[in-house]
Design a binder for this molecule. Structure first.
Ligand code: CP
Length: 375
C-alpha cells in the first residue's frame, strides 16, 4: 500500500492473530500498526475529499461513508460481541470493517442468549463455529478476551469438551475493552492523536513528550493501554488523581504518579482526562445501583464537588499547561465533572480527532490480525 509523503518508521512483520493488549508489544510492533493506520488515514481522507469536495456541496464521488476504500477484507465477516455498552468503539469497528470491505454482525447481551446465562467463551465459540473471521469483544471482566482465545484454541481447562474443526483457521479476537485490564485500540488511537499533534507521524517516536493521565486511573483500561503503548514509544507518563483513584502501585506499569494536578500541569504536553467510573466502584449503602454512573459520590471519593475542585480540567488549568499542550478524553465525557464544556469544545481539545483516528487504527488492527500467520 502506498504511503506518500511520509518517512517510514521501522516496522516488522506482524505475527499476532489477536490483539488482546498493548502490554508486551515491542515499539516496532506498535509502529507497524500505527504506520498501517497512517496509510488508512490517508485513504479515508482521500475518500472524504472525493465525496465532499467542499462543505455543503452535493456529493460527487462514489465512495460513501460505509463503502470500502480497500478490498482487503472483502468476503470476510467480523462479529461485534459487546457485552458492555459502547458508542464510539462499536460504531468505529463497524465503520472500519466496512471500509475494508468486510461484512459485520452485531451481538449484544440484550437480545442474545447471554441473557439466558451463556458464557462469553461459549458465545464466542458458537459464533466462531459459523465461520466468522474476527471477533471484536467488549466485556466487563478483565481477561475475558484471553479466556475466549484459550477457548477457541481448544484449551482443555477453559473448555474441556471442546471439539474444534482441526482444518479451520482460528478466528481473530480483538479486545474492545475488558474490565479494568486494557482497551488496546483506544491506546493506539490516543498515540496516533498524540503523534499527529506533535508532528511525529513519520516515526511515532514520542520521546521528549510528557503525557498526564488524570482521573480514575485505577479503574481505567484506557490508562493501562496508554501507559504500555506510550512508554514503549518513549513518552514520559504521569498518572494523576487522589490516592484512591491513582494509587502509587501504578508505578509498576512504568509511569509516575502524582496526587497534585496543579503542580504537574506546567510539565505537560498532553493531558488525557478520564471520567470517574462510578459503575466500577462499590455502591455506598443506601445508593441505588441504577444511579451509579451519575451518582454524586462513591466509595473512593468523598464528593464529586471536592474531586472537581482539585482535579477537574477547566480553562484556568489548561492555561497553566505548556503553550502547545493538548487535551484528550476517550469518552464518554461527564461534562462539568472531570472536564468543563469550555475545554471540551476548545481548540486544545482533540476529542473528535481521537474518534476520527479510531477508524484508521481499527482498520489497521483488523487487517493485520486477520492476515497474520495461524498460531
Ligand atoms: N472510548 C470508548 O471506549 O468509548 P465507548 O465506551 O463509547 O466505546
Amino acid at each position: 500500500m502506498a504511503d506518500v509523503g511520509a518517512v517510514s518508521a521501522a516496522t516488522v512483520a506482524w505475527r499476532h492473530a489477536h490483539l488482546l493488549q498493548l502490554g508486551g508489544l515491542s515499539d516496532a510492533e506498535l509502529r507497524t500498526v500505527l504506520v498501517r493506520a497512517r496509510q488508512y488515514a490517508g485513504l479515508l481522507r482521500e475518500a472524504d475529499r472525493v465525496v465532499r469536495p467542499t462543505i455543503g456541496a452535493e456529493p460527487t464521488g462514489n465512495v460513501g461513508p460505509l463503502e470500502a476504500v480497500s478490498g482487503e477484507l472483502r468476503g470476510r465477516v467480523i462479529a461485534n460481541l459487546f457485552f458492555e455498552d459502547s458508542t464510539r468503539t462499536r460504531v468505529s469497528f463497524t465503520v472500519a470493517a466496512r471500509r475494508l470491505g468486510a461484512e459485520v454482525i452485531d451481538l449484544t447481551s440484550v437480545g442474545s442468549s447471554v441473557s439466558k446465562g451463556e458464557t462469553v467463551g461459549d458465545t464466542a465459540a458458537n459464533v466462531s463455529a459459523m465461520g466468522v473471521d474476527g471477533l471484536v469483544i467488549r466485556h466487563r471482566s478483565s481477561g475475558a478476551c484471553h479466556l475466549v482465545v484459550r477457548t477457541l484454541a481448544g484449551d482443555s481447562e477453559a473448555m474441556p469438551d471442546r471439539r474444534r474443526d482441526p482444518g479451520r483457521r482460528i478466528c481473530s479476537v480483538i479486545n474492545a475493552g475488558d474490565g479494568r485490564h486494557e482497551h488496546p485500540t483506544q491506546g493506539l488511537l490516543d498515540i496516533f492523536t498524540l503523534a499527529e499533534s506533535f508532528e511525529r507521524l513519520n516515526t511515532f517516536d514520542l520521546s521528549g513528550l510528557t503525557v498526564g493521565i488524570v482521573g480514575d486511573v485505577g479503574s481505567s483500561r484506557v490508562a493501562r493501554s496508554d501507559i504500555a503503548g506510550m512508554t514503549a514509544l518513549g513518552a514520559r507518563v504521569i498518572c494523576i488523581g487522589p490516592p484512591a483513584l491513582a494509587p502509587r502501585s501504578l508505578t509498576a506499569l512504568g509511569c509516575e504518579v502524582s496526587h497534585d494536578l496543579d503542580a504537574v500541569l506546567p510539565e505537560l504536553d498532553a493531558l488525557n482526562v478520564l471520567r470517574i467510573q462510578f459503575e466500577r466502584h462499590e455502591v455506598k449503602a443506601g445508593e441505588s445501583k441504577e444511579n451509579q454512573p451519575r451518582a454524586a459520590s462513591s466509595n473512593v471519593i468523598a464528593s464529586v464537588r471536592e474531586y472537581a475542585e482539585l482535579y477537574a480540567v477547566n480553562a484556568p488549568r489548561v492555561q497553566r499547561m505548556r503553550p502547545h499542550a493538548i487535551v484528550m478524553h476517550p469518552g464518554p465525557i461527564n461534562r462539568g465533572v472531570e472536564l468543563t464544556a469550555e475545554v471540551a469544545d476548545s481548540g486544545r481539545s482533540m476529542v473528535l480527532r481521537q474518534v476520527t483516528h479510531g477508524v484508521a487504527v481499527r482498520m489497521a488492527v483488523m487487517s493485520l490480525c486477520l492476515s497474520a500467520p495461524v498460531s
